[in-house]
Design a protein around this ligand. Sequence first.
Ligand code: PMP
Length: 427
Amino acid sequence: PLPLDVEAIRADFPILSRTVREGKRLVYLDSGATSQKPRSVLDAERDFYETCNAAPHRGAHQLAEEATARYEAARATIGAFIGAPAEEVVFTRNTTEAINLVAYALSNAATAKEEQFRRYAVGQGDEIVVTEMEHHANLVPWQQLCERTGATLRWLGLTDDGRLDLSDLATVVNERTKLVAVTQQSNILGTINPLEDIAARAREVGALLLVDGAQSVPHQPVDVTTLGADFLVFSGHKMLGPTGVGVLWGRYEVLDALPPFLTGGSMIEVVRMEGSTFMPPPQRFEAGVPMTAQVIGLAAAVEYLQQLGMDRVQAHEEALTGYALAKLAEIPGVRVIGPPDTVARGGAVSFTVEGIHPHDVGQVLDDLGVEVRVGHHCAWPVVRRYGVPATTRATFYVHTGYDDIDALADAVREAQRFFGVAQGEVS
Ligand code: PMP
């Protein structure tokens, strides 16, 4: 049996009771793109709007007070989930915006008139290090930062079996490195990266470390007190929460030394026509009326996950991943792109089917109610590295069961039959 009670969990997700493609059971294997939402999250958002909707941190009326209290309580809940105090939690729109926030703060630091904001300035001669398996969200903002500042982008490559190649870690991360940005779990390969080694090297050379937790925080226990990072970023919508809210966690001392990214209301201390001063973190990085309902919804998602237990969520997905890898290995012509076993690997399984373009695979799967992602998964350098045009990717979550993976394997065989590429009779 699986660690989680899949039937009971499915009953919490209203969308899972609908059918697709003329009466077929919805086999949702695309949680890596965005997750479905349990009723408690939907209720939390609705309850906020129905009972205390107001702009937090403004106005002296009762609704504003209640909205502020709920918003700040949610910040504490979400912080505790990753082992962080509330004042180190900054709300953004998503992972992408959180990374852009850091990248812009680092380039703004170079021209800041305030001495306190210049500490982490990036400029000519400095280096930023990423890896070849980054999602575009953790690559393009760094390319752009380098273009703005004259810094140089370097990267760690990949091994043939989908892992980070750390053989040149000591030269790629060096005294010129200002920041290392790396994903904790690859959205396309499923690989879980050895952050301890990278964190140790970053610390040795005095570089900041940003961890992209978009695919790890939803799926395994993550604790910033042992992570060894300066920043951790993730998206609410991938962890059972609403769209429109993401998190930037930063070590307070580092956040406090950074200038703002977006500016305007709610983040200022004093404003004069001649210039303005800014609030301390986290308010310094939260300009404008925040996504209050979404933050409250995300806190409900965190509570839902905590009730299941992140250790069990991880064990559940590991069991599913092992099952999926074995099932796909039984099908001739299927090639998994990424680690071949469950060692340091999460629940994202990418594959190709010999003789059928991934988009055609996706089409047949969709006709059968099996919803997967096809394409380059916003990690174009990865598909290029492995010499494929695209992959078909199945991702798992708390409501995924063995039946979903059986449906996937059956659908892949159906695609082979449909396109006439079945290699011998399959068992
Ligand atoms: N990083 C990784 C590893 C991801 O999987 C994703 C989402 N696919 C992102 C960053 C970007 O997340 P968002 O689109 O929510 O900003």
